[in-house]
Ligand binder design. Structure first.
Ligand SMILES: Cc1cc2nc3c(=O)[nH]c(=O)nc-3n(C[C@H](O)[C@H](O)[C@H](O)COP(=O)(O)O)c2cc1C
Length: 137
């Protein structure tokens, strides 16, 4: 079992319409390939965790990285892991941009700010800490 985490910058401001357009049929596609994961979205950045077989995760990441709707794709980690963290979700999107102001300012205090929202970390342990703070893991 492998887990890959990357961060990227959206070419357009992110809202739910854009997310739904991006990941339209991702849920079914990921399910077919045994891939699970989570997609965090601020107004400007994505942070995605993908879990599954090495080849499937690798192939999907390369496809996503070529997607022209985002750029500045930064691979954070690609590790062999004991088990899935997001076994229940073939693709679960979390829109940080719609969180209450108080929650966002707590996150900004902890993780820093980027383009008016919380800065997604580039250290995998910090990513997992943030996901745990969001209570979506
Ligand atoms: C931030 C982001 C996350 C994405 N996540 C997934 C995903 O988890 N699974 C997936 O199949 N496609 C995902 N996509 C879409 C792929 O890049 C691609 O458009 C889609 O898989 C269709 O590819 P195809 O046209 O080559 O079949 C994502 C795109 C972006 C920009």
């Amino acid at each position: 079992m492998y887990r890959l985490i990357y961060k990227s910058r959206s070419r357009l401001p992110i809202d739910w319409d854009f997310i739904h357009e991006l990941i339209g049929s991702s849920g079914e596609k990921n399910e077919d390939k045994g891939i699970t994961g989570i997609l965090l979205a601020s107004r400007s950045h994505f942070l995605q965790v993908l879990e599954g077989d090495f080849d499937e995760v690798n192939r999907l990441f390369l496809r996503i990285a070529r997607d022209e709707r985002h750029d500045e794709v930064q691979l954070i980690s690609f590790n062999c892991v004991e088990s899935r963290l997001f076994g229940g979700w073939s693709m679960h999107a979390v829109g940080i941009f719609e969180f209450k102001e108080g929650l966002v300012s707590d996150l900004i205090e902890r993780y820093g700010e980027e383009e008016g929202s919380v800065r997604f970390p580039v250290e995998d342990w910090k990513v997992l800490a943030m996901i745990s703070d969001l209570r979506v893991g």
